[in-house]
Every structure is written in C-alpha cells, then in structure tokens.
Design a protein around this ligand. Structure first.
Ligand SMILES: Cc1cc2nc3c(=O)[nH]c(=O)nc-3n(C[C@H](O)[C@H](O)[C@H](O)COP(=O)(O)OP(=O)(O)OC[C@H]3O[C@@H](n4cnc5c(N)ncnc54)[C@H](O)[C@@H]3O)c2cc1C
Length: 436
C-alpha cells in the first residue's frame, strides 16, 4: 500500500534565482506554490534593466559550465543553453599583459597546458602555477585549516606577478572579495568544480538574453502552468508563525501556508526574522554578514565600436573586465565595464567613474569615439564578503516549516547564481521530504 502524502501549501518569498529555483522544483513535483515578489519584475540581483530603449542587466553576469543545477533548471523551464548563451572555452586575457587559453584536452590537462603556455609569465612562474594546481588536486581541493587566498598563495610560492595577473583577477571574479579577505577554501571549491572534472565545466557562458528572461520569467510561466501562482509587486511585510502554519502579511492581505521558503536578500531576511523570537540566532548570523559591491558601467558607442574579444580584462585599471555586448548579444557598440569588490572607485561620483572608463578604453583600444550615453549601475550589496570560516545560516531554521534560501545561506559556493539555485533546491527538497 502506498502511504498518503501530507498536503502542503508553500509560499516562496522572493522571486530571485533562489526563490524561483525552489518554486520550480516544488511545482514540478505537483506542490501548490505561491511566489511573492516585492519588485515589479523577477530576478532580484540578476535582473533586466531598461535604459534609453536598451535592454541591460543590473550587472554583467557570467556562468560557468559547472553550474549544473542552474543550467538544468533553465532547460527545464524551456531555455536552450546553446541558444541562450555564448559559450567560450576557458580563457583569460588581460590586454597586453597576460593571456591564457585552454586547449581542447581533457581536464585537468587543458588547464595545465594552458598554464604552461600562458603569455605574460616567466617560465618559472608558469611552472609554479602548474605545480600549485597539481598540489591542490592531490589535496582534493581541501585545506586542513581555513586561511585567506593571499595566505594560500604565499604558502604555495605564487609570486606577486603571478598573483596580480592570474590569481587575484580569478579570485575577485569568482568570490567578489579581495584576496586578503577571501576564503581560500571557497575559492578551492570553485576551482575543484570548474577546473578538475570535465573540460566543459570551465567553459564561460555569457547570456545572450537578459537575466529576468533567462530563468525567472520562464520559471514563473512554468510554476503557473503547474497550478502555482506568482504575485509580482506584492512584497511580504511580516512572517507570523501560528501553531503548525505560517501567516504572511502582504499589502493584499493575510495568507496562510503550511511551509514558507524565505528567499529574500540577506539584509531583508535579517530584518524579517528579527521579529520572530525563535529565529533570533539565524537573524543575528545574517546581520553579521558583510557585503561587497559590484559596479557596472555601460557605455553605448556607435555601432562600429568593438573590443578584440567578447570579454577582455585590463590589468590594474578601474575597468577590471570589459564585455562587448555586440559580440555577445548583437547589441552593437554597447560595452560593459565591470568593477568587482571594494576599492577606490567607490569614492568616485558616477560621472567621474564613467570618464575614467572612457579614458581607459581610449588608451587600451584606441576607441576615440565618444559614447552616446553611459549608465553606471552600482550594486552596493552585490554579494556577501566571502571570508575564511564564515558562519552562513543553514537553510533549516528553528521552525521546521520556515526555510531560508539565498546565495548567502550555507553551501560550498560563494554568492553566485549556482549557490542561490542550490539553496532553493535544498529548501524545496526539505519541504518535499516533510510530505512523507
Ligand atoms: C552586479 C552583479 C553581478 C554579479 N555577477 C555574477 C556572475 O557573474 N555570476 C554569478 O554566478 N553570480 C553573480 N552575481 C551574484 C548573483 O546575482 C546572486 O548570487 C544571485 O542573483 C542571488 O540570488 P538570490 O535569489 O539569492 O537573491 P536575490 O537575487 O537578491 O533575490 C531576492 C528577491 O527577493 C525580493 N524581495 C526582497 N524583499 C522582499 C519582500 N519583502 N517580499 C517579497 N520579495 C522580496 C527581491 O526583490 C529579489 O527579487 C552578481 C551579482 C550582482 C549584483
């Protein structure tokens, strides 16, 4: 005899990648799920922005081939990975200073050969970098004690030049945290998954469509087709636990559910949970998280302006990575300069920062045209600061029917789309397990 499943009704608060991943997983398993999103559109920190009749994102994002669950869910809700993304085999190009390109060899040989053939390093530095990778592999990418990335690099004899050209840009791109503050173990988790298994895991995927369209919007259609509801511009004002149910207070009234997955950004989660006495320890943990910014400077040049590659870095400039949206998404003449993690750029006004980027583009690539417009998007709390030994709140809370999803919750990954999606899936599976 098959045991009857207990009926569950689930609310997901927040329609970012974590919340929508949870909602899709539940809807796919036949659970009635309602998503409440406070903004007018879905996507959260990975969302579409419209400016001057041009489609932008709140920041240029990049996915890695090893982001298996994010890519799986995009396909589940109707996306097509090869059409939705420009796929580039692992390559790092710091214009005129350093370049590395992985050959078509199985992992990890693709990386070792890439390191040994990298331009801009001495022969000695290339050998040290390759030896470092082999040592990490022998350690199964696991450290016996936590340390910063800067400490790890010193321990393994990576000199200043190698650090500035290779490891620092990689660490900032992966963890959005400067090497002196970044967790070596979390960086190793990313290296383990991206560089060590299949060659395609290290592919870099640049979306051709905006981040709301890529997953959250399709996910909403999937949830609704499977009997769920997605309420946009309907923020949750309070979470009120009641015996074995939870009430949510929104501008449209009070709603009651058997389970709630709270997938709002950490600053909002900290405030929401602070009003629930049983959750004070989770709320305190969340409030202790520090944050790091990401600035994106979009510049619309005349259509003929291009960069040498879809993605190219500048060594020790304000513009850390530049993206040519013409090459990526046929948005000709549109360039995006990304400035990750804390730095002196935060002290500059937006006009001054944009002028610095324009000057760098002129100096590095001879772009003499003046952009028709620019738009600086400063995400001051883009990610949590991924420091060593950080205590991240678990998805499970003191209340068995209230779960936490979001890139900041416990997990192997730094604040990334994959980290967010994995947390959402974990919450959904905990709810599914509770039906038995
Ligand atoms: C500029 C930038 C660049 C980035 N680049 C990359 C990258 O290249 N690769 C990568 O993997 N990651 C990148 N990230 C990180 C990635 O975007 C985040 O890790 C991920 O989007 C977080 O998703 P989330 O669902 O956990 O949170 P969020 O996206 O913050 O979603 C939370 C949602 O909750 C909603 N909400 C808030 N309050 C309420 C309320 N009261 N009621 C209902 N809803 C509410 C918000 O509006 C939001 O939609 C980048 C982030 C930024 C900001």
């Amino acid at each position: 005899m098959v045991a009857e499943q207990k009926p569950v009704t689930v609310a997901v608060i927040g329609g970012g990648y974590a919340g929508m991943a949870a909602a899709v997983e539940l809807a796919a398993c036949g659970v009635a799920v309602t998503v409440f999103e406070s903004a007018k559109q879905l996507g959260g920190r990975a969302r579409a922005v419209h400016y001057n009749d041009t489609g932008l994102d709140n920041g240029q994002h990049l996915l890695l081939g090893c982001y298996r669950e994010t890519l799986r869910l995009i396909e589940l809700v109707g996306g097509d990975i090869e059409q939705d993304f420009l796929r580039l085999p692992l390559q790092l190009d710091l214009h005129g200073q350093f370049s590395l390109k992985a050959p078509r060899l199985p992992a990890p040989f693709h990386l070792l050969v890439a390191l040994l053939k990298a331009c801009g390093l001495t022969w000695n530095e290339r050998i040290r970098a390759a030896r470092f990778m082999l040592a990490l592999r022998r350690m199964k990418f696991r450290l016996s004690r936590e340390m910063t990335v800067a400490e790890l690099l010193v321990k393994y004899g990576q000199d200043a030049d190698l650090t500035f050209k290779l490891w620092e840009p990689l660490c900032i791109a992966a963890l959005n945290t400067p090497i002196r503050k970044a967790s070596a173990q979390v960086l190793l988790n990313v290296l383990r998954d991206s560089l060590n298994r299949k060659r395609a895991d290290s592919d870099m995927l640049l979306p051709r469509i905006n981040f709301t369209a890529l997953f959250p919007q399709r996910a909403a259609a999937f949830v609704e087709q499977n009997g769920g509801k997605v309420c946009i511009a309907c923020g949750v004002e309070a979470i009120i636990p009641q015996e074995d149910r939870i009430e949510l207070l929104t501008s449209q009234g009070t709603h009651s559910f058997s389970h709630v997955i709270c997938a709002v950004p950490p600053v909002v989660a900290g405030k929401m949970l602070a009003t629930i006495a049983a959750l004070e320890s989770s709320a305190a943990q969340i409030r202790n998280l520090e944050h790091q910014p990401i600035y994106t400077v979009y510049l619309q040049y005349p259509n003929h302006v291009t960069l040498p590659h879809a993605m190219i870095g500048l060594h020790q400039h304000f513009s850390q990575w530049l993206f040519d949206k013409g090459r990526i998404a046929s948005q000709h003449g549109l360039l995006a300069a990304v400035i990750s993690a804390e730095g002196i750029h935060q002290r500059l006004g937006q006009e001054v920062l944009a002028q610095k980027v324009i000057a760098e583009l002129q100096e590095a690539f001879g772009i003499a045209d003046t952009p028709q417009w620019f738009k600086v998007i400063a995400e001051k709390r883009a990610t949590f600061c991924c420091s060593p030994g950080l205590q991240r709140p678990s998805q499970q809370t003191q209340l068995s029917n209230l779960l936490l999803a979001g890139d900041y919750t416990a997990g192997d990954y730094p604040a990334t789309l994959e980290g967010a999606v994995l947390s959402g899936l974990r919450c959904a599976r905990l709810v599914l397990a509770a039906r038995k």
